[in-house]
Ligand binder design. Sequence first.
Ligand code: FES
Length: 167
Amino acid sequence: MTTTRTDATTRIDPVTTADDGAPAPHACACHDGPSRRDVLAGLGALGAAATLAACGGGGNPAASPVATEGLAAGALARVSDVPVGGAVSARLDGTPVIVAQPEEGTFVGISAICTHQGCTVAPSGDGLACPCHGSTFTLTGEVDQGPATEDLPTFALAVEGDQVVRA
Ligand code: FES
C-alpha cells in the first residue's frame, strides 16, 4: 500500500508501508529527514550556503559537534576541525553530509543519509556509523558492514584558505 506525505516544501513523496511487504518505517527520528532522492538532488544544487550541523541531524549522539562561526558562505568545515583519519558532520543546503579526511590533505564529501532506510549517518572512530540498524561505512563512503548494501554517495571537496568547500 502506498500513501503520501507532505514535507515542508509541499512536495509529495510516496511512502511505502508494510502492507506491500516492504519494511515499514519505524518510529525513530531518523526517518523524518530527507529521502535519498532529496540527498542526491541537494548534492546537485550549487551556490547555496552550507553550514555545519551541531550533530548528525538524526539524533545521533556520536556526531561530532563543530563550530560554524566564521565559516565563509558555502564552506562546510574548517580544515583544522576535520581530523586526519576521521570526519565531521556538516550540512550542505540543509542536507546532512559528512566531511571526511581519510588521508592528510584529502577531503571527501559524503552524503550522511543512510542507503539502508535513510537515517543520518555520523562519524564514529575511523569510519561512519548509522544509529538505526548498525550499518558502518568507510571514510570514503563504502559499506563496511550492513544491513546497508549501497555505498553512500560522495561529492568532491576543495580547500580554500583554511576552509573546506564543495569543489
Ligand atoms: Fe538502517 Fe542505516 S537506516 S542501517
